[in-house]
Design a protein. Structure first.
Length: 223
């Protein structure tokens, strides 16, 4: 079996006027199905740049990215979007929930993009909210929820399309440490009980301690 994610000598450079800044300097990384991996590094080390490439939100400058054995390096933007929508569930530090929509509507949204009918979508979304422990808050809007509850809704939204991998960029960064620990326990259980492949990006050693595998990144290189 090939790795789910395989990065081969990936670089990423940003053009800043006349000068070029290289944020990733030859990353080699393999992540297997059912793994739970933390990617740790200080601010500015290249973590979000790496996550954006892994999640098909951005493309590398050079190198090869194999996803489930397929080389994705030469795909166009539409093809990358298709892979992304099908395979990647994102969780962000600041939740990114739609403020005027209920928790339930937020979780249903990715299913609309897939053309799943309303009744089906509602049932799936409710079962995801139940899985993350906030089904009783389905009718609440984000501003009626605590940070931890909002992140649970965001995790339900990431899970609802049954993606191959969940990518979480500083998912506990906006939470107090006890709530952050609860959210990490939720990820750990999703990995352990359902075999979910999860990649957690963090600068927090306390968070990475809850992951089986820890990959350190420093100045755009894996240590
Ligand atoms: P981290 O998530 O580890 O804090 P980032 O991946 O966001 O780090 O950034 C890595 C480096 O790349 C930083 O020096 C940052 O300033 C630079 N960088 C990130 N995104 C851009 C961009 N769009 N344009 C220019 N430089 C960027
Ligand atoms: Mg970052």
């Amino acid at each position: 079996m090939s790795s789910l994610i395989k990065l081969e000598d990936i670089t990423k450079s940003y053009q800043l006027g006349e000068s070029t800044y290289t944020a990733l300097k030859g990353i080699n990384l393999e992540i297997q199905r059912n793994e739970m991996t933390a990617i740790v590094g200080v601010s500015g080390s290249g973590k979000s740049t790496l996550m954006n490439i892994v999640g098909f939100l951005d493309r590398c400058t050079s190198g090869r990215y194999l996803f489930a054995g397929d080389d994705t390096s030469h795909l166009n933007d539409d093809q990358l979007a298709t892979i992304r929508n099908k395979n990647i569930g994102f969780v962000f530090q600041s939740f990114f929930l739609l403020p005027r929509s209920s928790a339930l509507q937020n979780v249903m949204l990715p299913l609309f993009y897939r053309g799943i009918d309303q009744a089906d979508a509602k049932e799936k979304a409710l079962s995801m909210l139940d899985k993350v422990g906030v089904a009783h808050l389905a009718d609440h809007r984000p501003n009626q929820l605590s940070g931890g509850q909002q992140q649970r809704v965001a995790i339900a939204r990431a899970l609802v399309g049954d993606p191959e991998v969940i990518l979480a960029d500083e998912p506990t960064g906006a939470l107090d440490s006890a709530t952050g620990h609860e959210v990490m326990t939720l990820f750990t259980n999703l990995n352990r009980n359902e075999g979910r492949t999860i990649v957690i990006i963090t600068h927090d050693k306390e968070v990475s301690r809850q992951c089986k595998r820890v990959v350190s990144i420093k100045d755009g290189k894996i240590e």
